[in-house]
Design a protein around this ligand. Structure first.
Ligand code: MG
Length: 384
């Protein structure tokens, strides 16, 4: 079996539908589609800047450490995932090894697993070692509503949908401790038993300030506070994590195993949050999850994208004893809900792990065509 094409397909809601400053990344996506000469097609996805990922896939060969991913893949056997991954890593090493290139490599890697599963008739969880659970508990993840009253209403409505854990991210959170407390108090008063988390999106300047806010919010029993600090600040993170009365979570900003290993070894967080579409894919994910397990560090995958990312993350959760909980984006837009035919319904706060061969997802071609985005450079001024 040989690879005949690698495509990066960008889909996005029309930009005029949403104010730019309210974009949380759920309104666009980049799907990686790897085709083979025997007709099997694999799907992957990347949580990154879609247009940058498209450029990394499509870039023509330059010097031998600066190729685009498509040309590195053409003619290769897609079942040789580890060998091909290494070729991608080395073939991009002068402009890659982290950041957007590692994101793009992740998307190709997911598609290779999908191909191997389809070729063998096995779900990816089996290829990863076997499923230890058939369904995974998920937490609802959404942008923070603008007012405490709306936050309370969101909690009531998500609990009614079966969620037992909810995370608010961004929006008004992190600007003012009193405002943070009002939102958290309202959310807690809406339901005494649900697990609540907040994501302040790297917005606090110092660990001392983060500790003060964590102490202020301690009475409300938050499960964790996410990304309180700038991701490069490992020493302040370690200082905060040692003292905070509320668990500290982070890791989605990282794209290298080395960095995540440093976070585990220095215990800069209580909850590690790698994203398999950013750190190199499922093999890298398995290694990081195993490392965290050996260090007895809780791990909850970051997962804020379409059904392709949901499926890949569910397979890793199924195949990992220490991944009982998964993030689940509940933002209501067609990119999130309709890129794949599979919808991943939440029943009693859990989502079933796909059992079909490969990742177990298919593209909804009508949605894909409707929201397919022309190249950024090819757009007119008004389309931007
Ligand atoms: Mg986050």
């Amino acid at each position: 079996m040989r690879i005949t094409d690698v495509e990066a397909i960008v889909v996005a809601e029309p930009i005029e539908r949403i104010a730019r400053d309210s974009w949380d990344g759920s309104q666009d996506a980049v799907v990686i589609r790897v085709s083979t000469d025997d007709g099997i097609v694999g799907l992957g996805e990347v949580d990154s800047s879609p247009e940058v990922v498209r450029a990394i896939v499509e870039a023509p060969p330059s010097m031998r450490t600066m190729w685009g991913l498509r040309d590195l893949c053409l003619g290769e056997d897609p079942r040789e995932i580890a060998r091909l991954w290494d070729k991608l890593y080395r073939g991009t090493s002068y402009y890659g090894r982290s950041g957007a290139v590692m994101h793009a490599v992740s998307g190709v890697e997911l598609a290779l697993w999908d191909i191997l599963g389809r070729a063998t008739g096995l779900p990816v969880s089996t290829l990863l070692g076997g499923a230890c659970r058939q369904s995974v508990r998920v937490y609802a993840s959404l942008m923070t509503p603008p007012t405490p009253e709306e936050a309370a209403e969101a909690v009531r409505s998500l609990v009614a949908r079966g969620f037992s854990a909810i995370k608010f991210g961004g929006g008004p959170l992190g600007r003012d401790p009193a405002e943070d407390e009002a939102i958290v108090r309202a959310a807690r008063s809406a339901d005494a038993g649900v697990e609540l988390m907040i994501d302040v999106g790297q917005c606090w300047d110092t660990a001392e300030h983060a500790l003060r806010v964590a102490r202020l919010l301690e009475p409300y029993g938050l499960r964790w506070i996410e990304e309180p600090l700038w991701p490069d600040e490992l020493a302040p993170y370690a200082w905060l994590t040692e003292r905070s009365p509320v668990a500290i979570a982070a890791g989605e900003a990282e794209s290298t195993e080395a960095r995540l290993r440093e976070m585990v070894e220095r215990r800069t967080v209580h909850v590690l949050q790698p994203d398999v579409t950013r750190i190199g894919g499922l093999r890298a994910g398995q290694r990081v999850v195993a490392l965290a397990r050996a260090a007895a560090l809780e791990t909850v995958l970051h997962c804020y994208n379409t059904g392709i990312t949901k499926a890949a993350s569910l397979h890793l959760c199924a195949a990992s004893q220490n991944l009982p909980l998964l993030e689940y984006c509940v933002e209501d837009n067609p990119i999130q809900s309709a890129v794949t035919r599979q919808q991943f319904p939440v029943v009693d706060g859990r989502v079933m792990v796909p059992t079909e061969p490969g990742l177990g997802v298919d593209l909804d071609e009508a949605t894909l065509e409707r929201y397919r985005s022309p190249r950024w450079g090819a757009r007119t001024e008004s389309e931007r």
